[in-house]
Ligand binder design. Structure first.
Ligand code: XUL
Ligand code: CO
Length: 441
């Protein structure tokens, strides 16, 4: 059965097109920096926001109107799979991502939930045979059900801990069955509300043990996906342990997991942590930990995780700058962990939203590649640190100094010349590149 009957396959028509159901900048075959746009951007559709989401918010019920609304239970789950593969094909996306509960309803027991999952996984596998769309990553939802009220792998209850482990075990098996490129851990409830009732040391150790057991089980079943931690500082808990990339990296090192994991970096989580998106990407990149991206954006006036589709061209340009410098995302991709606004409830809005996000990252890719080709920012940075290329600076970098030698050098200095950081000039260079790309130059 077809669900989006009034929509044809979305094609690239160029920046002059006025067709709302066409890409204006995303041209999958266009070569940028030696790769096609499709290979570079590796877009993914988030199943939960696109097929499961009803657009409710804390003040109101769902508004989404969906062509599969008439179904319930397992019939609904099956209708969503049919609709999803029609959507992937029409949008021409290479990847999708899901949580266990997005694809199949939970049963009245773990066993029944697993049976539901098996049935839908088999159906998805069947659809994947005739589709170019692959699984970028899967994960399990260990945060919505009331049993996870005090956490999952950081719960005070050993039974809940075991239940959470059983769900991840199943998630790893499903990932293997569907050939997932990555497996994601986002710890929605892995944190605390108050330290007054929390044994943080035990919770962190348990979390470390949990991740190590997940690595062991993936090895045992021969599931070779890249494991990813998705940091988020807060929401729903007031403090989450995987606060940002830096704290996640410290955690991985403490529990001997730094070679097993990379990070899945979400733009809106970065800003919730008080960082820019590019800060998180950069921090991960320079430490060899940039795995994948949840592409979205937060609302500048709202302090929570609004999960908007990414349309800010500065942000997409600076993100793609990091991704190109990283040599691409490897097995990762750009998953739209983004939802249409509550007022954008029509099925067509799902297409508009993805087209907007894909076009915005295509612009970002083009502008970032040009900036790098021209070394527009690289030359400025190289010049700024040139004092480390010779003399005492080179000795510091080569590890040939100590405090005696540095003091000796400092004592014979007369005046230290200061250099301007030229921030405004640099920002205008960025504007110039963005506007040149817009003008098609
Ligand atoms: C929540 C969030 C999750 C993860 C996967 O803020 O981003 O959807 O991406 O669990
Ligand atoms: Co996310």
């Amino acid at each position: 059965m077809a669900y989006f009957t009034n929509i044809d396959k979305i094609k690239y028509e160029g920046s002059d097109s006025t067709n709302p159901f066409a890409f204006k900048f995303y041209n999958p075959e266009e070569i940028i920096g030696g790769k096609t746009m499709e290979e570079y951007l590796r877009f993914g559709v988030a199943y939960w926001h696109t097929f499961t989401e009803d657009l409710s918010d804390p003040f109101g019920v769902g508004t989404a109107v969906r062509p599969w609304d008439q179904y319930n239970g397992m019939d609904l789950a099956k209708a969503r799979v049919e609709a999803a593969f029609e959507f992937f094909e029409k949008l021409n996306v290479p990847y999708f991502c899901f949580h266990d509960v997005d694809i199949a309803p939970e049963g009245s027991s773990l066993k029944e939930s697993n049976e539901n999952l098996d049935e839908i996984t088999a159906m998805i596998k069947d659809y994947m045979k005739d589709s170019k769309t692959k699984l970028l990553w899967n994960t399990v939802n260990n945060f919505t059900h009331p049993r996870f009220v005090h956490g999952a792998a950081s719960s005070n209850s050993a039974d809940v801990y075991a239940y959470a482990a059983a769900k991840v075990k199943k998630g790893l098996e499903i990932g293997k069955e569907l050939g997932a490129e990555n497996y994601v851990f986002w710890g929605g409830r892995e944190g605390y509300e108050t330290l007054l009732n929390t044994d943080m040391g035990l919770e962190l150790d348990n979390l470390g043990r949990f991740f190590n057991m997940a690595v062991d089980y993936a090895k045992e079943i021969g599931f070779d996906a890249q494991f990813l931690i998705e940091p988020k500082p807060k929401e729903p808990t007031s403090h989450q342990y995987d606060f940002d990339v830096a704290s996640g990296y410290a955690f991985l090192q403490k529990y001997g997991l730094q070679n097993q994991f990379k990070f899945n970096i979400e733009a809106n989580h970065a800003t919730l942590a008080g960082h820019t998106f590019e800060h998180e990407l950069h921090y991960a990149r320079v430490n060899g930990l940039l795995g994948s991206v949840d592409a979205n954006q937060g609302h500048p006036l709202l302090g929570w995780d609004t999960d908007e589709f990414p349309t800010d061209l500065y942000a997409t340009t600076l993100a793609m700058y990091e991704i190109i410098k990283n040599g691409g995302l490897g097995r990762g991709g750009l998953n739209f962990d983004a939802k249409v606004r509550r007022g954008s409830f029509a099925p067509e809005d799902l297409f508009h939203a993805h087209i907007a996000g894909m076009d915005s990252f295509a612009v970002g890719l083009k502008v970032a590649q040009k900036l790098l080709d021209d070394r527009a920012l690289e030359n400025i940075i190289e010049e700024r640190y040139s004092s480390f290329n010779e003399g005492i600076g080179k000795d510091i970098v080569d590890g040939r100094t100590d405090f005696h030698k540095l003091e000796e050098h400092a004592l014979q200095l007369k005046e230290i010349p200061q250099q301007s950081g030229q921030l405004e000039r640099i920002k205008s260079v960025l504007n110039q590149y963005l506007l040149k790309a817009y003008a098609g130059e």
